[in-house]
Structures are given as structure tokens and as C-alpha cells.
Design a protein around this ligand. Structure first.
Ligand code: OOG
Ligand code: MG
Length: 272
């Protein structure tokens, strides 16, 4: 039975509040075992509407669970999408406060910037035609469910675990690089390293973009010129903590990095 509208609004309030406060909540499918993926996307949209009401702006979309490495790590084998807002965007080299996260992880991604609207159903060639450039990105995830333990509807409702993303500064013409076959190396403090290839992302990141346009079309939605699309982590995500640094280098696309603040200035100042 579909969830009554008030109930999906209530779950959106719960997940949005947890994301704001860096809190964890029980998986929503524990109490709502019947929750469908469609209803989960309705909850996601209601939670994004709450962000918009606070003045945030949608700047793009993300795909998730598009590589074998990510699917295996999360135990969920269906690609999903989520929304990206301006408040989630950080610039290359940023020092990022950790206070609002509860269990952050980072993963290496390839991003597209769209130069034209993209409506599904679409082919991969058409999707690539709407791309104005490709750049690299790091995504910080922070599931609102303890230990990132979730089912497909749980993670969809939770806006695909999104927290922050950091874009590289170089936007490259997609015709000038082999987007589907780029080596990717993510290095973290303490000698931790993840090595992958853009080929791990749906066999080609443009196929992830295509899948996104087609999933949106099913819901009567489309991508718009100027939007950023994260195509999904190419490797497993890695936990990060205060004081860490993270750097991603991708063949032909350059580097992007950020640092995790080792203390929270607001807390030090007694403001929280
Ligand atoms: C879900 C989000 C997945 C990706 O790139 O695969 C995602 C999660 O892993 O918590 O963003
Ligand atoms: Mg991701």
C-alpha cells in the first residue's frame, strides 16, 4: 500500500533533520517494510524541498552505486540518484569542518557539466552531446543510517547518502579525452590509497549520465543546462576523520584535494 503523503513528509523531516544535525536514525524500512523505491524517491524530493525552502539551490544530480566496487561495498546492486545543492559544493583545496558529519567517507568520481538540457529517453551519444565539459570530483558521503547499513529504499530516501562534493578546477572538453578509460588514484593521509579507472563507472561515465536521464524521464523530470552530474564512485569509499587530507589525481584531468579540519572552530568558540 502506498504511504500516505503525510507519512512521506514525516520521513523527509526525519532524514533532513538528521542530515542537518549530523545525527543517525534507524533505517526507515524497519518501521515501513513495504516502502517502495518510488515512494523513497518521493521522500527524497520532499527532503530536498525542505533544503530549497531554506534557500539552497539545486546545482546538479548525482548517480550512486554505478561501479561493482561500490555495489559490493554497500550490498546494494541497483544504481540510484540523488540531488546536489549549492550548500554541498566545496572548492578545490577546501578545509572542511567535520562537526556536522557522523561517519564521513570519501570516494573518487568523474563529473560532467551540461551545456544543454538533457531529456530522457536518450542514448549515450546524445547524452554526451549535451555535455560541455568533464572534470574530476571527490564526494563526501555521510549516511544517516548507522554503519551505512541500508536497503535500496532507505538510501534513496536519504538522498543517496550525500553530504559534500569537491570539484576539480579544470573543465576539459569530453571530445579531447578518453573519458571511459582514465586511471584514477585517490591518496589519503596515512598512506591509504584507492586505485581505479573511470571504466569502472558503468563501463563509461557517460553511461551513468544516460542512465540518470532515463531514470529521471520515468518521473517526468530532466537535466538542465549548467547542471553538474556526479557519475558515481569508481572505487570503494574510504572513512575520513578530523585532520585527514585527501587528494585525487585522474589521468588527463588533473587533481583535486581537500583537508578535514582537525577541530571545529564553532565549537571552540562555544557557539554550538
Ligand atoms: C550510497 C551513495 C553511493 C556512489 O557514488 O556510489 C554513491 C552510499 O554509498 O552510501 O554516492
Ligand atoms: Mg558518490
Amino acid at each position: 500500500m502506498p504511504l500516505p503523503l503525510e507519512r512521506s513528509e514525516g520521513l523527509a523531516v526525519l532524514l533532513d533533520g538528521a542530515a542537518r544535525d549530523g545525527r543517525r536514525v534507524p533505517q526507515i524500512t524497519i518501521d515501513h517494510a513495504e516502502l517502495s523505491v518510488d515512494e523513497a524517491y518521493a521522500i527524497q524530493e520532499a527532503s530536498i524541498n525542505r533544503r530549497l525552502a531554506r534557500g539552497e539551490r539545486v546545482v546538479g544530480m548525482k548517480m550512486g552505486l554505478t561501479s561493482r566496487a561500490k555495489m559490493r561495498q554497500m550490498g546494494v546492486y541497483t544504481p540510484i540518484y540523488g540531488h546536489l545543492t549549492d550548500a554541498m559544493l566545496e572548492s578545490d583545496g577546501a578545509l572542511i569542518a567535520m562537526a556536522h558529519f557522523s561517519q564521513p567517507r570519501v570516494e573518487p568520481e568523474i563529473a560532467f557539466v551540461l551545456g544543454a538540457d538533457l531529456h530522457g529517453p536518450t542514448s549515450t551519444a546524445q547524452a554526451l552531446g549535451a555535455v560541455s565539459g568533464v572534470c574530476i570530483a571527490l564526494e563526501i558521503l555521510d549516511s544517516r543510517y548507522a554503519d551505512f547499513a541500508f536497503t535500496l529504499p532507505d538510501v534513496v530516501a536519504d538522498n543517496a547518502s550525500s553530504a559534500k562534493f569537491i570539484l576539480g578546477n579544470r573543465l576539459v572538453d569530453a571530445n579531447n579525452v578518453e573519458v571511459g578509460c582514465l586511471g584514477m588514484v585517490m591518496t589519503l593521509a596515512g598512506g591509504r590509497i584507492e586505485v581505479g579507472s573511470s571504466a569502472a563507472i558503468c563501463e563509461h561515465p557517460a553511461r551513468s549520465l544516460t542512465a540518470l536521464a532515463n531514470m529521471l524521464a520515468v518521473r517526468g523530470k530532466h537535466l538542465e543546462a549548467g547542471q553538474i552530474v556526479l557519475t558515481g564512485g569508481a572505487t570503494a569509499a574510504v572513512p575520513i576523520r578530523r585532520g585527514d587530507w585527501v587528494r585525487l589525481e585522474v589521468e588527463s584531468l588533473g587533481t583535486v584535494s581537500f583537508r578535514c579540519a582537525d577541530s571545529d572552530p564553532e565549537t571552540r568558540a562555544g557557539l554550538r
